[in-house]
Design a binder for this molecule. Structure first.
Ligand code: NAP
Length: 676
């Protein structure tokens, strides 16, 4: 068998393994299939290339351009999935494991692409939150902004998800405008290398945006500066070692850590045998124990069930686990493949022995189990193993020993406070799940356990058909957790992108803030356009372009007509005495919606033109009541513009309604689609 040489990609060149390379064995056969690593890798050259070539090229692009790049990249990867599947079987992963790693990774990149387009500007500065009013007259304001770090992101990944692990970090990094050097775990780096090759050969990425280290990093971490970020996924021991690096400490280099954690799943007190929740619980636990042969950072390590149900859970779970076909991951009938290596298998057995000091093994015998289509002695196969801990309060090792394989421990609880206490004994986890149909139980768990877990997953008969699974981190939601889980956070939509940007508080006048954010701020200069803005196309409108309308007097007939026409005869509009008793109104007042309609009547240009549709209002506030006899007028300003597709873009208008005393009566943002 030829041994595949797994290269690194450094400063634009592929570098084959050299001195110091390590052999990599197939998880299924134990045979050496690849080699990776090269002590002579020019790590300083890689850092320079990222900082001087990749970073500037990415920062030149807008958030939308980078989001589009991610979309093209994920579509391209989607066309090459089969090659990744074929290779990844060697890691012990089954086809359904590939769906999580390979399809899940591509899907994650896709979500970031779409969030980048919808939630970030088509510009270079991300506005974080709203304008802060810092002065009485509004001439001095504050605004938080984010801009990309000017260094490089070093991504160090665990072996279990060679594709997802890379893409879930790479997508937010590139979207932020920061180049990455990816270092996968050596055991499964051949899959990551293929994925990187596919991305690089597509030509979609600018030079220097992505480099790869297959094998060790050398002294790269010693060379990091305050503009760099390390995003690490792996064990707590390695994280501690790496985050203690003197250069990282001295330069306050951001270090995002995703570590192992002793995730728990709680069976609610209401979820007795015979309920849909009990069956759901058994299904979820079995799935989490066997997916990726239990090598998942989010896998359920501790099963927490009401004491009277413990035996029933052991029986139902054992019956389900007994049906798990273990074997060559390429076989369609296989439900659980191999662990990544024989070293990993030995490690799991050692950790299981430690757990065995405090708990009794009630299912799964590592010396007696069947493996389909592969040699159990050569490949890294193990059966699922279930332990029962009879005294979880006195126990410690079951709460702090992560056997990174198909191993889980069940323990009983007396009441929900006790269940919370046991879940929190893990000292911080990525996710805890609660299978309950009782909202009070869910609330109690949130109050008692929220601070200890990065994600709380509730599931019951109402959500089970569409739920995404205890163990699946989603790009929309934060992945990470406190304490033992590393104290880091990844993904969570735009939150994840911000890990690669600097947040800066900007202070200045409305004109300064408008120019920085490319978004008009009240108080900034108003621009007079050559004609009504509704007659001009998207690209012809300038930020700050403003019209002031004439005024319209609101009459009592208008109010009554509107009330009867719409059916909104609320007393504040119809009954003088009742309105006067209301603390908000001087007497009968105009409907807020009447004012909005009159405002539209004042500012629209009625003829067919480039404004295609009104798609909504944001931030509507009614600030002062309008009575019959008051006269309202409108100021309409182009606030900002966002391209939507090939034909049109969104124009957001700042709208202010004032009365005859120039007092503001209403304010909102109007959204329209305008043709290019
Ligand atoms: P690991 O041994 O800690 O290795 C993690 C990564 O660190 C690998 O890429 C490894 O590279 C690298 N590394 C080790 N020493 C290094 C050094 N001195 N300098 C630079 N890099 C170094 O973890 P693993 O065995 O791959 O993964 C299993 C662990 O990861 C489990 O504990 C699991 O819970 C955790 N995990 C957590 C998450 C999460 O999101 N929280 C996800 C998946 C896995 P080499 O392979 O080349 O040594």
């Amino acid at each position: 068998m030829t041994i595949q040489q797994i290269s690194s990609f450094a400063a634009g060149d592929w570098v084959a393994p050299g001195e110091g390379s390590r052999e990599i064995a197939s998880a299924v056969t134990g045979e050496v299939i690849a080699a990776a690593g090269n002590n002579a890798l020019d790590v300083q050259g890689m850092l320079d290339h990222a900082r001087n070539v990749g970073g500037p090229a990415l920062r030149k692009m807008t958030f939308h351009e980078r989001a589009k790049m991610l979309k093209t990249l994920s579509l391209h990867l989607g066309k090459h999935k089969q090659a990744l599947y074929d290779l990844s079987f060697n890691t012990g992963a089954t086809q359904s494991d590939h769906m999580i790693d390979i399809d899940g990774g591509i899907g994650t990149m896709f979500v970031f692409a779409s969030k980048g387009r919808r939630e970030m500007p088509d510009g270079h500065v991300y506005l974080d939150g709203e304008v802060e009013q810092l002065s009485r007259n509004g001439t001095f304001l504050g605004q938080h902004i984010c801009t990309p770090l000017q260094g490089v992101a070093i991504h160090i990944n665990a072996f279990n998800f060679p594709v997802w692990g890379m893409l879930e970090k790479l997508a937010p990094t590139l979207l932020a405008g920061v180049p990455a050097i990816v270092k996968p775990a050596t055991n499964s780096c051949y899959v990551t290398e293929l994925c990187v090759r596919i991305m690089l050969e597509s030509g979609i990425l600018p030079a220097g945006a992505l480099q790869l280290v297959s094998g060790g990093l050398g002294d790269m971490l010693d060379r990091l500066t305050m503009q760099d970020v390390v995003s690490f996924t792996g064990s707590a021991d390695t994280a501690l070692r790496l985050r203690s690096n003197p250069a990282i400490l001295e330069n306050s280099v951001r270090f995002v850590a995703e570590q192992d954690s002793l995730n728990a799943s709680i069976l609610g007190p209401d979820a007795e045998p015979g309920t849909p929740e009990f069956d759901l619980f058994i299904k979820e636990v079995q799935r989490e124990m066997t997916t990726k042969a239990g090598q998942k950072c989010t896998a359920i390590r501790r099963i927490i069930a009401p004491e009277p149900q413990v035996q029933a859970v052991i029986e139902a779970l054992s019956a389900r686990l007994a049906k798990t076909v273990i074997g060559d991951p390429r076989l369609e009938t296989t439900r659980m493949g191999a662990l990544v290596s024989n070293a990993q298998k030995r490690d799991v057995l050692e950790k299981a022995a430690i757990i065995g000091q405090e708990a009794e093994r009630v299912f799964g015998n590592p010396s007696d189990f069947t493996v389909d289509g592969a040699d159990a002695d050569k490949g890294a196969f193990l059966p699922p193993m279930l332990f029962h801990c009879a005294n979880p309060d006195a126990a410690q090792r079951v709460h702090d020993t992560e056997a990174f394989g198909p191993v889980s421990t069940i323990m009983g609880y007396s009441d929900i406070d006790h269940a919370i206490k046991l879940a929190n004994k893990g000292q911080g986890s990525l996710v805890a799940s609660v299978i309950t149909h009782d909202p009070n139980v869910a609330r109690q768990v949130v109050l008692g356990a929220g601070a200890y877990h990065g994600r709380l997953y509730f599931n019951d008969r109402a959500s089970m058909k569409e739920s995404t699974g205890h163990g699946s981190p989603l790009p929309h939601l934060v992945h990470g957790g406190p304490g033992r889980a590393g104290g880091g956070e990844e993904m969570g939509g735009v939150r994840g992108v911000k890990h690669y940007m600097q947040r800066t508080a900007i202070q200045g006048s409305p004109d300064i803030l408008s120019a920085i954010g490319n978004k008009w701020v009240p108080g900034a200069t108003e621009i007079e356009g050559p004609s009504h803005p509704f007659t001009r196309r998207y690209h012809d409108l300038s930020i700050g372009e403003t019209i002031h309308t004439g005024s319209r007097t609101v009459t009592m007939e208008d109010i009554e007509h509107f009330a009867h026409f719409t059916g909104d005869t609320f007393y504040a509009h119809m009954d003088q005495a009742a309105a006067e008793r209301n603390p908000f109104f001087p007497g009968r007042v105009a409907h807020g919606y009447l004012l909005l309609s009159f405002a539209a009547g004042l500012f629209v240009e009625p003829n067919e033109g480039p404004v295609l549709a009104n798609t909504g209002l944001d931030g509507l506030r009614f600030m002062k009541p309008v009575e019959a006899g008051d006269a309202i007028k409108v100021r309409l300003t182009v606030k900002n513009k966002t391209k939507r597709n090939e034909d049109y873009g969104e124009v957001r208008w700042h709208v202010t309604l004032t009365n005859q005393h120039d007092e503001q009566v209403a304010e909102y943002e109007l959204l329209t689609m305008v043709a290019y």
